[in-house]
Design a binder for this molecule. Structure first.
Ligand SMILES: Cc1ncc(COP(=O)(O)O)c(C=O)c1O
Length: 447
């Protein structure tokens, strides 16, 4: 039997109990991988913005920006299944899907970004972007934004202050230069107005000029338009555009990491860098690009691609295979056909308004910020001192999960509630999320 929306009902009763899976995971999975929530969730199915547990409960997913067009979207699933039935192979054969996909992706980007490489993850995309930048500039050094995370390879950990300054990290390597995070709420330059952006850009200039002056010039400057793990930091107007211009001024290549924020999430543009008027030389994509299927992409200029083509082949067994390309195409179709970018804009505004209204009667909410459906709520012990309240953030997230609303925390002080749901998140879902934050904070305040 097939439901009217094309979904096929499936029996998702797991063979093992939740406890047995927990024990097997501890026995056989690497111990450096954490589980979310005080009581770990055993999820067996997803649909739209909802996840369904083995316990029969449904959960509103407010954090999964991978399931961009909704969990198990029938058109995306069908595109993958249909192509899987026909053929999957590497990109050393001619195949229509991969070229069509490259045409569709580049059509969404500024004209100068016209050459694509396909990968299997955001990490692979960023790793390749660094290789491209090094080939184009001859410089191994990289400038990165403080508290950034760009992926899980050795080199990406080395350019991710979130990791190298975090637990188990080895600190900043000599060939990595750290530009201050443009945090208008907590950083050294606060508030609104052009002066704030100029001040952060002056700091960035200093870092880049020092890299040149010390004989270790940065060959790449990599940044997210809205630094994500740093706590959903919406930079001041002009910061990203200025940073990328500063990169080119010192002879570096500007890389926009759109792994978290791309594909219409910010509502007012397809790409978050474009929403900020910035011009990158390389764009990297991941997470939402395949709606859960492992896929990533790097798009760059013909000149940079030419510099990389030095005779050594770039081969990636799975990158851009016909199944992945079919899925990527289906994701683009769904975003367009369901008008999800504009939906993100409208729903994001509702959500921000709702959260700001709640903030008026909950003193621990120090800041509410975001763009489209990429939102952060910063919790503090005191609005004047802005002392971060990580334990309240953790308690809020755990109690919300108990009420069936899934959130997460991030930021260097672990006090920012991260909100980045599938774009099919509805106005009613936004209301429910706002109400849950309100009710849980009231409950915690009551003791
Ligand atoms: C901004 C950013 N870039 C890159 C990555 C790496 O992507 P992946 O985990 O798919 O390799 C992540 C992952 O969280 C990310 O947040």
């Amino acid at each position: 039997m097939t439901a009217a929306d094309g979904r096929v009902p499936v029996d998702v009763t797991p063979a093992r109990s939740t406890d047995a899976i927990f024990a097997a995971r501890r026995a056989h999975l690497g111990p450096s991988l954490s589980l979310s929530y005080r009581t770990p969730l055993h999820i067996v199915r997803g649909e739209g913005a909802y996840l369904f547990g083995a316990d029969g409960r449904s959960y509103l997913d407010c954090v999964n920006n991978v399931a961009h067009v909704g969990h198990a979207h029938p058109r995306v699933v069908e595109a993958g299944v249909a192509q899987m039935r026909l053929l999957n192979t590497n990109t050393r054969y001619l195949h229509e899907h991969v070229v069509q996909y490259a045409e569709r992706l580049t059509a969404l980007l500024p004209d100068h970004l016209e050459v694509c490489y396909f990968t299997n993850s955001g990490s692979e995309a960023n790793e390749l972007a660094l290789r491209l930048a090094r080939a184009a500039t001859g410089r191994p050094d990289v400038a990165t934004v403080d508290v950034a995370y760009h992926g899980n390879t050795q080199r990406l950990i080395e350019i991710s202050p979130y990791k190298f300054n975090g637990p188990g990290g080895a600190g900043r390597p000599d060939d990595v230069h750290v530009v201050p995070l443009p945090d208008r709420y907590r950083g050294p330059h606060r508030g609104e107005g052009p002066g704030v952006s100029a001040a952060y850009l002056a700091d960035a200039d200093l870092v880049l000029d020092t890299s040149v002056g010390s004989g270790r010039p940065a060959g790449a400057v990599i940044a997210e338009a809205i630094p994500s793990v740093a706590g959903q930091i919406v930079p001041p107007d002009g910061w990203l555009a200025g940073l990328f211009e500063a990169a080119r001024r010192v002879g570096a290549v500007a890389i926009a990491d759109e792994v978290q924020v791309g594909f219409g999430r910010v509502g007012i543009a397809t790409w978050a860098f474009a929403a900020q008027g910035a011009t990158p030389d390389i764009v990297t994509m991941g997470k939402p690009i395949g709606n859960g299927h492992p896929l990533g992409a790097v798009v760059t200029t013909r000149a940079i691609a030419g510099a990389f083509a030095n005779g050594m082949e770039y081969f990636n067994t799975f990158g851009g295979n016909p199944v992945s390309a079919a899925i990527g195409l289906a994701v683009l179709d769904v975003i367009a056909d369901e008008d999800l970018q504009d939906h993100a804009r409208v729903t994001g505004e509702l959500l921000l308004d709702g959260l700001r209204a709640v903030a008026r009667h909950h003193a621990p909410i120090g800041d509410v910020r975001g763009q489209g459906l990429f939102v952060g709520v910063e919790l503090v012990r005191d609005r004047d001192t802005r002392e971060p309240d990580a334990s309240l953030a953790s308690e809020l997230v755990n109690r919300a999960a108990e009420r069936g609303v899934l959130l997460s925390t991030d930021g260097p002080d672990h006090n920012v509630i991260k909100i980045k749901p599938p774009l099919v998140f509805s106005a009613a879902d936004a209301d429910r999320l706002v109400e849950t934050v309100d009710v849980v904070l009231t409950e915690i305040a009551a003791g």
